[in-house]
Design a protein around this ligand. Structure first.
Ligand code: HEC
Length: 305
C-alpha cells in the first residue's frame, strides 16, 4: 500500500483524483449492478410464481368440480359402457381445460401435467426430470411445493410442482390391479400401466410450467437501461469534477507557480494577481507578501554593500 501511495503522490493531482474516482466508480457500478440484478431477478421470480399460482388454483378448482359434480354423474356409465368415459376423471378435465387455455396466443407456452412415473394415460408419463421430482417428494414427505427453473429445448421455464398422493381407498378401484378395474378402463388404456398404486403413496407430481424466457428478456432490458443511466451519471460527475478541478484549482495554482518562477528569476514586476477570497486567493496574498519581504530584504542587502 505504501509503494502505491508513494507512486500515486508522484502523479499529477488530476490523475490522482481520477484514479480514486474511477476506482469508486468501478466499485459503485459493480455493487449497484449486483444489487439491481438480484432485485430484478427476485421480482421476475415473484411475478412468475404469482402467474403460476393463479393457474394452479384454477386447475385444482376444475379438478374438484369434476370430482364432486361430474364424476358422480358418469360413474355408473363406467361399468356399463364399453369405452371408458375419460370426462369422469379430474386429471383428464384439468388437462383438457388447460389445452383450451393454451390455445390463447398468450398462454401457448404454458403447460400443466399430472406427471406420473407409472400413469394410466401415457400422455401423463413423467419425463426424467419429473420422475426425479416425484422421487424427491417420496423421500421428503415434508416438502409440499417445489419451484425453480428448468431448461427445455423451447427455452427456460419456471415450474411449480406439488406432490400428488392417493388419499382415498376408492382411487384404488381403478389404480391397484387390472382385475378389479372397470372393463371399460382396460379396454381404453390397457392393463400394462397405471396400476400397483398404494394408499397414501405419492404417485405423481402436479407440475405447472410458465415460460420464463420473455420475462428474463425484459429483466435484462431494465438492467441494461438502469446501468446505462447510472454509468452516464457517473461519467457526467467525473467530467464535471475534472472541469471544476481544472478551472477552480489547477489553472490558478499553475498561474501562481508561473509567477513565482518569474519572481525567482528576478522579475520583480510579476504580480500574483489572484483576487478571490478562497484558499488559493490566500496563497496568492501570502506570496505577494513574501515577494514584498523579499524586495525589502534585497534592498537592505544592496544598501549594506
Ligand atoms: C373410475 C376409475 C378411476 C378412479 C376411481 C380414479 N381414477 Fe385416476 N385415472 C383414471 C383414468 C382412466 C385416468 C387417465 C385419464 C386420462 O385419460 O387422462 C386416471 C388418471 C389419474 C392420474 C394422472 C396420471 C395417470 O395415471 O394418467 C392421477 C394422478 C390419478 N388418476 C389419480 C387418482 C386419484 C388420486 C384417485 C382417487 C381420488 C383416482 N385417480 C381415482 C381412472 C380412475
Amino acid at each position: 500500500m505504501l509503494w502505491l501511495s508513494k507512486d500515486l503522490r508522484n502523479l499529477k493531482i488530476r490523475d490522482q483524483f481520477n484514479i480514486f474516482i474511477v476506482l469508486i466508480f468501478i466499485l459503485g457500478i459493480s455493487l449497484s449492478g449486483t444489487a439491481l440484478s438480484k432485485v430484478l431477478e427476485h421480482r421476475a421470480e415473484e411475478e412468475l410464481t404469482s402467474k403460476a399460482m393463479v393457474l394452479f388454483v384454477t386447475m385444482n378448482s376444475v379438478r374438484n368440480y369434476t370430482q364432486k359434480q361430474i364424476n358422480p354423474l358418469l360413474a355408473p356409465k363406467l361399468e356399463t359402457e364399453s369405452a371408458f368415459i375419460p370426462q369422469a376423471i379430474p386429471t383428464y378435465s384439468v388437462r383438457e381445460v388447460f389445452e383450451s387455455i393454451r390455445s390463447n396466443e398468450e398462454y401457448k407456452n404454458f403447460f400443466y401435467k399430472d406427471a406420473a412415473p407409472n400413469p394410466t394415460n401415457l400422455r401423463d408419463k413423467a419425463d426424467e426430470f419429473e420422475t426425479q421430482l416425484v422421487k424427491e417428494f417420496r423421500t421428503h414427505p415434508q416438502i409440499k411445493q417445489r419451484s425453480d427453473f428448468r431448461n427445455l429445448p423451447e427455452g427456460k421455464v419456471f415450474y411449480i410442482a406439488r406432490p400428488f398422493a392417493v388419499r382415498e381407498q376408492r382411487c384404488l378401484e381403478c389404480h391397484s390391479t387390472p382385475e378389479i378395474a372397470p372393463k371399460s378402463l382396460l379396454a381404453s388404456y390397457g392393463s400394462e400401466h397405471g396400476f400397483g398404486w398404494k394408499l397414501n403413496e405419492i404417485i405423481a407430481a402436479q407440475v405447472l410450467y410458465v415460460p420464463a424466457e420473455e420475462i428474463f428478456h425484459s429483466v435484462r432490458r431494465s438492467f441494461y437501461l438502469v446501468m446505462g443511466v447510472v454509468i452516464c451519471v457517473f461519467v457526467i460527475i467525473i467530467s464535471t469534477i475534472n472541469l471544476l478541478l481544472k478551472k477552480a484549482v489547477l489553472q490558478r495554482i499553475r498561474k501562481i507557480a508561473k509567477t513565482a518562477h518569474e519572481v525567482s528569476t528576478g522579475n520583480m514586476d510579476a504580480e500574483f494577481t489572484e483576487k478571490s477570497q478562497d484558499e488559493i486567493g490566500a496563497l496568492a496574498v501570502a506570496f505577494n507578501r513574501m515577494k514584498s519581504s523579499l524586495e525589502i530584504s534585497m534592498k537592505l542587502l544592496s544598501h549594506k554593500k
